[in-house]
Design a protein around this ligand. Structure first.
Ligand SMILES: O=C(O)CCC(=O)C(=O)O
Ligand SMILES: [Fe+2]
Length: 329
C-alpha cells in the first residue's frame, strides 16, 4: 500500500484539471533522456522569477499514499481534543512538533500536526489512526527525495553548481511536515492562513479537492485549483535572499470555504538554524549588483516568525517577514 510507484506508469495527464499556475512534468528529470528538460526549466525559471509558484506531476511520490494520508489526517482531526492532545509537543523541541491549534488571537483558523523527519527525537506521533505514523514517515521520505531533486533543478535554473543547495545545507534535521485542517468559514471571516511568504527554502503542498489556496501574481490573487496527484511547489525566503531576489518567495494565503473543512499537508524543505543566510556573490559582487538583504542567522529569523504567531503584533506592519533584513536601495 505504501510503496512508491514507477513514474512512467502514472498520472495520465488528462486526469489533471486545468490550473492557473504552470504544471511541470517532473518525469523528464527522473529519466536519463534529455527530452523536455530545457522546456521544463524555462517554465520553472519563469514562474520562480515572477511569483514563485508552480506545480509538479509525475513526481514519483505514490498517489495512493498521498490520498491515504489526506484521509488519515481527516480521521485524526475528527477525534476529540482529548485524543488529539495526546500528541501535544514536547517542551524541549525547537519548534512545537506535535498537535496544535493556532493561537486564539491569530487570524489563521486551522489546527495542525507538525513533524520533524522520521528519525527525529522530537516527534510525538498520533497513536490513532494506527496507520497514520507509517504513512507520515513514508511520505516524509518520498517527498524529501523530490525536494532534493527540485533543489538541483533550482540550482541549474539559477546557474549555480548542480549540487550547490545540497552542499549549502547538508543537515536535514530542521525539515518539517505539517498536516492541517482548515475549519469552515464563519459568517464574519474566512481566513485559513493569512497572506504570507514561507521562511524556508522550498515548500511542497498536497491539497484535497476543496480549494482555497491562492497565490499573489501581479497584484491579483490566483486560485491554485486542486488537481489530484499534483504537488504544489513554492519558493521560500531563503532562496529569495540567496538569489538576491532573482527568484521570488511566493506570497500566498488560504481562504476557507463555507460549510467544508479543507485538509492539506506540506513538506517544508528547510535549513539548519545555525546557517548564515545572505545574498550569494554570484548574484551580487560577481555581477556588480548591490545586495538587497543583510545577512542573518536562520534560527533568529525562524524565532522572530514564531514569535509573530504566539504573540501576534497589534499592527500588521509589526509582523516580521523577510523585509526585516532588506537593505533599502
Ligand atoms: O494548506 C495549504 O495549502 C498551504 C499552507 C501554507 O501555506 C503553509 O503552511 O505555509
Ligand atoms: Fe505557506
Amino acid at each position: 500500500m505504501l510503496r512508491g510507484y514507477i513514474c512512467e506508469e502514472i498520472l495520465n495527464q488528462e486526469m489533471v484539471e486545468p490550473s492557473s499556475i504552470p504544471t511541470v512534468d517532473l518525469s523528464v528529470f527522473l529519466r536519463e533522456k534529455e527530452d523536455g528538460k530545457k522546456k521544463a526549466m524555462e517554465t520553472i525559471t519563469k514562474a520562480c522569477s515572477e511569483y514563485g509558484f508552480f506545480q509538479i506531476i509525475n513526481h514519483g511520490v505514490s498517489l495512493d499514499l498521498m490520498k491515504q494520508a489526506i484521509e488519515l489526517s481527516k480521521t485524526f482531526f475528527d477525534y476529540s481534543d482529548e485524543e488529539k492532545n495526546k500528541s501535544s509537543p514536547l517542551s524541549n523541541s525547537p519548534l512545537p512538533a506535535g498537535y496544535g491549534r493556532q493561537h486564539m488571537h491569530s487570524p489563521d483558523k486551522n489546527e495542525y500536526l507538525l513533524l520533524f523527519p522520521p528519525w527525529s527525537n522530537f516527534n510525538v506521533y498520533p497513536q490513532n489512526p494506527p496507520q497514520f505514523r507509517e504513512a507520515i514517515e513514508e511520505l516524509f521520505v518520498q517527498m524529501s527525495k523530490i525536494a532534493v531533486i527540485m533543489e538541483n533543478i533550482i540550482n541549474d535554473c539559477l546557474g549555480l553548481p548542480s549540487d550547490f543547495l545540497k552542499e549549502f545545507n547538508q543537515d536535514r534535521s530542521w525539515d518539517l511536515m505539517s498536516f492541517k485542517r482548515y475549519f469552515p468559514a464563519s459568517k464574519e471571516e474566512n481566513v485559513g492562513i493569512a497572506e504570507h511568504e514561507d521562511g524556508n527554502c522550498l515548500t511542497f503542498v498536497v491539497q484535497d479537492g476543496v480549494g482555497g489556496l491562492q497565490v499573489l501574481r501581479n497584484g491579483e490573487w490566483i486560485p491554485v485549483v486542486p488537481a489530484e496527484g499534483t504537488i504544489v511547489v513554492n519558493v521560500g525566503d531563503v532562496i529569495q535572499v540567496l538569489s538576491n531576489k532573482k527568484f521570488k518567495s511566493a506570497t500566498h494565503r488560504v481562504v476557507r470555504k463555507d460549510e467544508q473543512s479543507r485538509y492539506s499537508f506540506v513538506l517544508f524543505h528547510n535549513l539548519n538554524g545555525e546557517k548564515w543566510v545572505e545574498p550569494l556573490p554570484q548574484f551580487t559582487k560577481e555581477i556588480g549588483e548591490a545586495p538587497k538583504y543583510r545577512g542573518f542567522l536562520y534560527k533568529e529569523y525562524q524565532q522572530l516568525r514564531m514569535r509573530n504567531k504566539t504573540h501576534p503584533p497589534s499592527q500588521p506592519e509589526d509582523v516580521i517577514h523577510i523585509t526585516h533584513y532588506a537593505i533599502d536601495p
